[in-house]
Design a protein around this ligand. Structure first.
Ligand code: ZN
Length: 95
């Protein structure tokens, strides 16, 4: 029968195992949870991307009238981009 390494204790276990009998970790469940989390972070990143787009639109509008507001929207946009980067990093780690 095929075997795999437990991601928690690195012992050889049966490929179909959903629970490691060495350390007792729930492997099948953990994988499911990971991909769910990756999906969650991806959706959050997408939401943040939409915020950036609306900030871009606002910035373009304000550019003509107020430099101060344009700067404010630029800073907000940078903050959102950092959030997206962090979310992307998290979702990659979970895969
Ligand atoms: Zn284990």
């Amino acid at each position: 029968m095929a075997t795999k390494k437990c991601p928690f204790c690195a012992e050889e276990i049966q490929a179909e195992s959903i629970k490691c009998h060495f350390c007792g970790e729930n492997i099948g469940m953990g994988r499911w949870k990971s991909s769910w989390l990756a999906l969650y972070f991806k959706r959050k990143a997408l939401e943040e991307q939409k915020k950036i787009e609306s900030l871009d639109a606002k910035e373009a509008q304000r550019n003509k009238s107020s430099n101060w507001l344009a700067l404010y929207f630029k800073r907000k946009r940078l903050e959102e981009q950092q959030k997206i980067d962090a979310l992307n990093k998290k979702s990659e780690q979970k895969q």
